[in-house]
Design a binder for this molecule. Sequence first.
Ligand code: FAD
Length: 429
Amino acid sequence: MEHFDCLIAGSGPAGLGAAFGILETRPQARILILEQNKTSSGGLRNDCKMNFTYPIGFPVEFWDRQSAAQYLERTENFLKPDIMPQKHIATYQKRASRIGVELLSIRQSHLGTDGGLALIKELVARLEKAGVTIALEEELLSIDKQEKIAHTSRRDIQWNQLILAPGRHGFDFLRKFMSANSIPFTDNSIDVGIRVETRIDNYPIVRDYYDPKFLFPERTRTFCTNSGAAHVVQERYTAANGQIWYSVNGHAFSAGNKTNGLVNFAVLKSVDFTQPIASGQDYAEYLASLAMLTGGGHPIMQRIGDFRLGKRTTRDGLNDDLYDFAPSLPSCTPGDISLAMPAKFLRSIWKALKQLDTIVPGVLHPGTILYYPEIKLYANKPQFIDNNFMADTDIYLIGDGAGTSRGITGAWASGLRAADGIIRRQGWK
Ligand SMILES: Cc1cc2nc3c(=O)[nH]c(=O)nc-3n(C[C@H](O)[C@H](O)[C@H](O)COP(=O)(O)OP(=O)(O)OC[C@H]3O[C@@H](n4cnc5c(N)ncnc54)[C@H](O)[C@@H]3O)c2cc1C
């Protein structure tokens, strides 16, 4: 049986951050990265906007400003981003604060989906040169933690240190893994929202600030803005009961690509559950199944003009005569979001959108499209036994799936933090 100093499941930014973090101190470490997909590097393949200001992407329950700052600095030094300029922020901030909204000024870079692929190519080449293998289409199935053996879809592997970084799609895998290995965790919060798509002319702030981060009352916020060559996309999930569901999301190609003149961004609301609801994931899957029922197996889209009038959008209502742009995710079902979204979320999000329209007039143009559902599964919160995300002896859980990050930079930083724990435990420094 092959033996590795460190076995990493998941080749997303969390897994890569961990591998590079170990190699920095221990270049001769034997590291294997398992990736269940045909292609490597998880969420680095999407849009690749990177945020370099706390707390964006750094869940405050696991990161304080001080600890995040040093890891953000290391992440930035490694990834060497081109930070984008911002303009007129004070003007927008003043408008926002008058109505109880905060606009955070965040240092950002944007590679775009094509730029992200180029970055992955470079990172994978560096890993290969350092002797690290990324085993594609090989899934971690389970482990024997006493014997330190991993059972994968292809073989058994002996490990000394194990890092699980399975991302949001691995949420269910991680939940089952933690239950099977008696790792205590909570899963009591959820982010639910919609994705807004409109013409850039209706949301021109993006010419001044690529991904503006507005914080509205009632724990509602803007998230993941994409513009230029921008598209709404859907992510496929399998619920614990086997049902397929889709969450919408968004991405854009890099600045050099032909623009479609559109912008999309999410408005999300966070809710924490108390008794008797125990699982954010179960609740998310319930909401998703209602959305799929309402949309005939697809997400729903609705024009603002129809939403205001309290009527559904129809395929005919998406014509060019009434509205001036075509949806970039046409496979969604024109319908009525209020049939599928609980009032608790809908009310806060609609209120936030009206506030946004006061700060950036035009975003609520009748032609603007709302897509639903956009649900973020990063609510698994393992009980860690050290400060470096170790959840059981020599087993580390990191990245979006384990709730230690909410974005690329946070995921990379959580990989570095786990690597630091491993280096210390191994006495490599
Ligand atoms: C469309 C879209 C756009 C996005 N845009 C941005 C953006 O612009 N900026 C930003 O900061 N964030 C963005 N995100 C979120 C970002 O992708 C994630 O925050 C980030 O990738 C999380 O990193 P991770 O390493 O935790 O997980 P992931 O990147 O999801 O990587 C996990 C990897 O583990 C693999 N895996 C799972 N289970 C197993 C297993 N059992 N065995 C082996 N492999 C396994 C998966 O296949 C996956 O490749 C976007 C996400 C999407 C879907």
